[in-house]
Design a protein around this ligand. Structure first.
Ligand code: PFF
Length: 463
């Protein structure tokens, strides 16, 4: 068995978050993203509302929170990039370093996901422009639909916005922990909460707030399908940024005196509150304009602009809304770049700025594949036998493979590793949970979490 040696000492370039709040803002910034504001409302709409929301909340509690604690634990216990941290924690617990495959899968997934997350962040950025120029005003549903199709059909426009978004991300990450990540989230997160409050307050004036509340919170189990349950579980993973080594990377900068347990619970609650608030901001507008809550992925880019085009002060609210979306995507994207950069930086080849530029350019280049999938390559379907990839394109393949294979695999391995192979005393100490709460978490991470993730994993692959 490998024993820790002096080569494992913490690298000199490392710092720590300056406070518990800084970590909470950064981790919440990571988890609050397109998943909360774009995806949560539309999957809720597609799956019938209240009952789906209830299952989603359960998944956050039983699976999401325990895995988040496990990931932050590995990061802080290892104090290196996710892959080295995993190897170190394994060595300290005298088990095979091969467990680090969980972090390798996670880091790779982060790299791939960022490549297309940046493209979608670019859509949001381009919509800030459309909203501010009044392009939605008085338009028909067809015209607004065409605006979106025209964006997707133009590789050059997509490339420009993808590049703009990626430059923003590289800019923050290259500046390092304190003056980059921490400063960005300290400014962007309060701004995001403020904008969301404004959006929800506006929604409350539409006269359809009550309808939205009952849509989101009245469970009608007759409309919930097995697929809906699995989507809720998968979304709980994605929305909390799990299975992508992100929480390990962020955890590696967390001070020793901070309770991982309480912190993870706070982050998860904030993420959930933002998703629900986004629902409360969006659905009243949807109902007030007689639009379909089950419009699917187009809910934000086609349905909402239609509403903005017709409401009083729609230019202002539309612009604020898309700025909010860009901020949310931005703080998530920096967290996707961080684990990969941290890994390269720990290799001491390029330094912080060099590592960020190298990884960022790599992601940017891979993103071009997703851009071309939207237009020039839309007919090119690798492994065309899998009909379930969205649009059956390379983008669909990347999305499907990361969300349904890599994330659950990484999450499952992490849960089993921490639950079964890490000494209980070090978990008790680091998580700093009270007796019965610790016992609850320990049982969840050993039994409920791995079983639930394995079931979804198997179903997703077989269905
Ligand atoms: N949690 C983000 C969202 O809900 O949009 C997406 C995401 C960000 C996933 C960062 C994973 C990640 F590492």
């Amino acid at each position: 068995m490998t024993k820790p040696t002096k080569t494992y000492s913490t690298p000199a370039h490392r710092g720590l978050w300056s406070s518990r709040l800084a970590f909470i803002l950064a981790a919440t910034g990571s988890s609050v993203g397109l998943g909360n504001i774009w995806k949560f409302p539309y999957v809720t709409g597609e799956n019938g509302g209240g009952a789906f929301v209830l299952v989603y909340l359960l998944c956050i509690a039983i699976i999401g929170i325990p895995i988040m604690m496990a990931e932050v634990f590995i990061g802080r216990n290892g104090r290196h990039n996710p892959i080295t941290s995993f190897r170190l924690v394994a060595a300290r617990n005298l088990v095979s370093p091969a467990w680090r495959v969980s972090a390798i899968v996670g880091v790779l997934a982060a790299f791939i996901i960022l490549s297309f997350y940046s493209m979608i962040g670019g859509w949001a950025a381009s919509y800030v422009g459309h909203a501010a120029m009044g392009d939605f005003s008085g338009q028909t549903a067809e015209a607004i639909g065409e605006l979106f199709s025209a964006l997707l059909a133009s590789p050059v426009t997509l490339l420009i916005w993808h590049s703009v978004f990626m430059v923003l991300v590289i800019f923050v990450v290259a500046r390092g922990l304190k003056s980059g990540l921490e400063r960005a989230v300290t400014i962007l997160m309060p701004a995001l909460f403020g904008l969301l409050l404004i959006a929800a307050a506006y929604a409350a004036t539409t006269g359809h707030f009550g309808e939205a509340v009952s849509f989101l919170f009245t469970p009608d189990f007759s409309v919930l399908t097995m697929d809906g349950v699995l989507i809720a579980l998968g979304h709980a993973f994605f929305t909390l940024s799990l299975g992508m080594a992100v929480m390990m990377a962020y955890g590696s900068y967390l001070g020793d005196d901070i309770s991982i347990g309480r912190t993870a619970v706070t982050v998860s609650i904030m993420d959930t509150v933002v998703a629900l608030m986004a629902g409360l901001a969006i659905f009243p507008v949807v109902f007030a304009n007689g639009l379909e809550p089950s419009a699917g992925p187009g809910l934000i880019f086609e349905t909402l602009p239609l509403a903005f085009g017709q409401m009083p002060m729609g230019i202002l609210f539309g612009t604020l809304f898309f700025v909010l979306l860009v901020f949310a995507a931005w703080t998530s994207a920096i967290s996707l770049l961080e684990p990969v950069v941290e890994w390269l930086e720990d290799k001491l080849i390029f330094g912080r700025v060099g590592s960020t530029v190298v990884v960022g350019l790599g992601c940017w280049a891979l993103g071009i594949v997703s851009i071309l999938s939207m237009n020039l390559w839309s007919g090119f379907a690798p492994l065309g036998m899998f009909e379930r990839f969205e649009g059956q394109t390379i983008f669909g393949l990347l999305d499907f493979f990361t969300a349904n294979v890599m994330l659950p695999l990484s999450g499952l391995l992490t849960a089993v590793f921490v639950g079964w192979f890490v000494a209980k005393e070090s978990l008790v100490k680091d998580l700093a949970l009270k007796g019965p709460t610790f016992t609850l978490w320990y049982n969840l991470i050993r039994y409920a979490t791995p079983v639930a993730v394995a079931v979804v994993f198997a179903y997703n692959l077989m269905a």
